[in-house]
Ligand binder design. Structure first.
Ligand SMILES: NC(=O)N[C@@H](CC(=O)O)C(=O)O
Ligand SMILES: [Zn+2]
Ligand SMILES: [Zn+2]
Length: 375
């Protein structure tokens, strides 16, 4: 399935920049050469915001699974095709970026829609938002067992993965427990009922999610992991005052959970892969009395993942996480082009201006070590 040139790589090529060329052979002048990564969980939005954020992803990722939680949501193949066309229209010239589209599952999604989606060749997954769980999820599913089984059975027929925002919405359940309770009351029973369904647990945040994914059949259940859930714990929400730019859903958890996730992704397991959940919101929608959930990480995500793997002493496992495990799970070819990360400290901008406002990225104003450049 994969070209031998690609599959023969077992880890990133870590090359002192001085080796074939001129610079001094210091540890500080290192390069990481990786097969071009893909982002398996991304929010691109539409309109001005799409124009503003797309170049950041397109410059370092080959493909991305594009989330369908627009207003109105992308519930049909026709809408997904139109959304894809607008993304392609907004790409910088010469970009080979390939948006992989998703459908937003509702109580009324029909099995026929799944068939259309598969036949379109541009829809690669279906997204489950429990109604009310997160940003623009109000049209999501109210009762998956009661309303969605025929659709899920059709997805099995077409080998179409279900991507899951894994949180219960019951207001009586503590926010910090919503992922664990979702696994216990919805996800585990669902997988027991439909063991052939391919499932990606998106943006996992807990040790219970790690254990659950590890307990399932490899190749059948996997998880994406964001940079924020690898680098931050819930203290980051309150450090020196309320920090709205660290607020996302599922909300950051305590340090022991972060450590469990780092251990899982840096172990080399094929069950975990890169999904930034980069979720831009205009500054004023984050910095207000009822700020919305979502962290913008697209321009810095690769630097952050490299930092995590480096700190864990596992840079040799980085490339599988960024570039192999995702396409292998989805049954797609790995990318053939390369990307280089240079050890070259750079300052994350305070914000990115765009036509109708500005976006504050994760780690705004901080210095990062690894600078991505395509060549
Ligand atoms: N992660 C978030 O906090 N927000 C995402 C939605 C989501 O992925 O849950 C968004 O669309 O803004
Ligand atoms: Zn989500
Ligand atoms: Zn998301």
């Amino acid at each position: 399935m994969h070209s031998s040139a690609v599959s023969s790589f077992s880890g990133p090529v870590i090359t002192p920049a001085s080796k074939p060329i001129i610079r001094k052979p210091t540890a500080a002048s290192m390069e990481l050469k990786l097969t071009k990564p893909d982002d398996w969980h991304l929010h691109l939005r539409d309109g001005d915001l799409l124009q503003a954020v797309l170049p950041h992803t397109a410059s370092s990722f080959g493909r991305a699974i594009v989330m369908p939680n627009l207003k109105p949501p992308i519930t049909t193949t026709a809408a997904a095709v139109a959304y894809r066309d607008s993304i392609l229209g907004a790409l910088p010239t010469g970009s080979g970026f390939d948006p992989l589209m998703t459908l937003y599952l509702t109580d009324n999604t029909s099995p026929e829609e799944i068939e259309l989606a598969r036949r379109s060749g541009v829809v690669f997954a279906v997204k489950l938002y429990p109604a009310g769980a997160t940003t623009n999820s109000q049209d999501g599913v109210t009762d998956i067992f009661g309303k969605c089984i025929p659709v899920l059975e059709q997805m099995i027929e077409h080998s179409m993965p279900l991507l899951v925002h894994g949180e219960v919405t019951d207001p009586k359940v503590d926010t910090f427990d919503r992922e664990r309770v979702f696994i216990e009351t919805i996800l585990a029973p669902l997988i027991q009922k439909l063991p052939q369904l391919k499932v990606v647990m998106e943006h996992i945040t807990t040790m219970e999610a790690v254990k659950f994914v590890e307990s399932c059949t490899e190749g059948s259940v996997a998880a994406t992991v964001t940079p924020q859930h690898l680098l931050l714990n819930r203290n980051s929400l309150f450090q020196g005052g309320l920090q709205p730019h660290n607020y996302c859903l599922p909300v950051l958890k305590r340090e022991t959970h972060r450590q469990a996730i780092v251990k899982a992704v840096t172990s080399g397991s094929k069950r975990f892969f890169l999904g930034t959940d980069s979720a831009p919101h205009e500054r004023q929608k984050k910095e207000c009395s009822c700020g919305c959930a979502g962290i913008y990480s697209a321009p810095i995500a690769l630097s952050l993942y490299a930092k995590v793997f480096e700190e864990a002493g596992a840079l040799d496992k980085l490339e599988a996480f960024t570039s192999f495990n995702g396409p292998d799970f989805y049954g797609l070819q790995r990318n053939t082009s390369k990307i280089v990360l240079r050890r070259s400290p750079w300052r994350v901008p305070d914000s990115y201006q765009f036509k109708s406002g500005e976006i504050v990225p994760m780690f705004a104003g901080e210095t990062l070590e690894w600078l991505p450049s395509t060549d």
